[in-house]
Design a protein. Structure first.
Length: 171
């Protein structure tokens, strides 16, 4: 994890101002530490304004360097229903990501409306700096992502992953 920490410190700024990028949050969690995790994790989270920006990144030298150093990653993509960011989001210290299954034949329009409302309500909290709600239709799952200025309370259900934030880049 020391390698990851150094890489974020030395290269995190390289995605600042990247065309088409809304933000990239450099996320990490540790077996021992805060936030704690069953495994050591580096889990960057990107929100793109355009698929063109995503494609430029994945086909570019930064991604090549990452894959040569750490291997070929699995890149998960979601269709974004709602994203809202405060001007202060680069101050984020923590992030949460929750993935929830969507049941077959669910009323997606109602689910989308509810998630947008939930997302908007959460951003009214002074501790929430960004919120994203989206879904993935290959295995039908909902994702809720948040950036926080301080450690959020851990829910009891265990479905929410909490990460530390090493850096936040904006496009």
């Amino acid at each position: 994890m020391g390698i990851i920490d150094r890489r974020i410190a030395e290269r995190g700024h390289s995605t600042d101002g990247f065309a088409g990028l809304a933000f990239k949050a450099y996320l990490h969690a540790r077996k021992e530490g805060v936030p704690s995790s069953p495994d050591n994790l580096y889990a960057p989270f990107y929100l793109w304004h355009t698929t063109e920006g995503l494609n430029e990144f994945l086909c570019g030298p930064g991604f090549v360097g990452l894959t040569q150093s750490f291997g070929w990653p699995s890149v998960h993509t979601w269709s974004v229903w709602h994203a809202q960011m405060s001007k202060e989001m680069t101050r984020a210290k923590y992030a949460t990501r929750e993935t929830v299954p969507i049941m077959p034949h669910a009323d997606l329009a109602s689910l989308r409306r509810a998630e947008i409302e939930r997302s908007r309500e959460l951003l009214s909290s002074p501790d929430v700096l960004a919120t994203v709600a989206g879904f993935e239709s290959t295995n039908w799952s909902l994702v809720r992502f948040r950036l926080w200025s301080k450690m959020p309370e851990r829910p009891l259900d265990g479905q929410v992953h909490i990460y530390g934030v090493g850096h936040v880049s904006t496009g």
